[in-house]
Design a protein around this ligand. Structure first.
Ligand SMILES: [Zn+2]
Length: 218
């Protein structure tokens, strides 16, 4: 997922804390300074089982906008919807073009030929509980410019940001998906877990995507 120029909405308070460059598309190769108190997070923090973990953050920052009790069922509902959205993208989307395949390779995507891109409106879940949960963790709203479900990428038409930066960001999520799947971990569940626990900016997946995306103007 990538946040566009106009950062507003549910997650913005959280997002605005700290490195606001990530909101305006500046790559965060610019990672947050590690502090000794946070060393525990460089290994696998509780609830984070993949190799993508926050490199820095505030362990006390327990957002948990989705309550633990309902997290598993909420993630299941999001997964169900996301599976449909991936299928739809794989059916309706277009293949990457030559220059985009080069971007995918730069992002270390193993199978760029499997990627499909849909440019238009970003999908919105019809299911009210999925909608609410996604809003809570900041995955819905006008500030979102891209969403990736497995090999299916949705790009918001007419967003203000740099197209290459946005596509590279989403393609990096595809690479993460490939990696995490190899680790036999459900990417979406892990992604939502991290958003819920650390917030968007501190999630290991987003830190990695911002660190690798192609900077605007390149
Ligand atoms: Zn993202």
């Amino acid at each position: 997922m990538r946040i566009g120029e106009q950062s507003s909405g549910v997650a913005s308070d959280e997002l605005d804390r700290g490195n606001t460059n990530t909101l305006t598309g500046t790559p965060a190769n610019h990672t947050l300074p590690a502090s000794p108190a946070l060393q525990g997070l460089t290994s696998r923090p509780p609830g984070s089982r993949s190799s993508y973990v926050p490199t820095a953050g505030t362990p006390e920052l327990k957002l948990r906008p989705i309550e633990q009790g309902s997290l598993a069922s909420t993630i299941k509902a999001i997964e169900k919807w996301a599976g449909k959205m991936e299928e739809k993208a794989l059916t309706d989307g277009r293949c990457l073009m030559a220059d985009e395949i080069a971007i995918a390779q730069r992002m270390s995507v193993a199978h760029p030929e499997r990627v499909r891109v849909v440019i238009g409106k970003l999908p919105n879940p019809g299911n009210a509980s999925v909608y609410l949960a996604m809003s809570k963790v900041g995955l819905l709203g006008d500030h979102i410019t891209g969403l990736t479900f497995g090999y299916g990428i949705y790009i918001k038409e007419g967003h203000d940001g740099d197209a290459t930066t946005l596509l590279s960001h989403e393609l990096r999520h595809v690479k993460q998906y490939e990696d995490v799947r190899r680790e036999k971990i459900n990417y979406l569940a892990e992604y939502v877990h991290q958003l819920n626990q650390y917030g968007y900016r501190l999630s290991g997946f987003e830190q990695d995507a911002y660190a690798h995306q192609i900077p605007p103007g390149n």
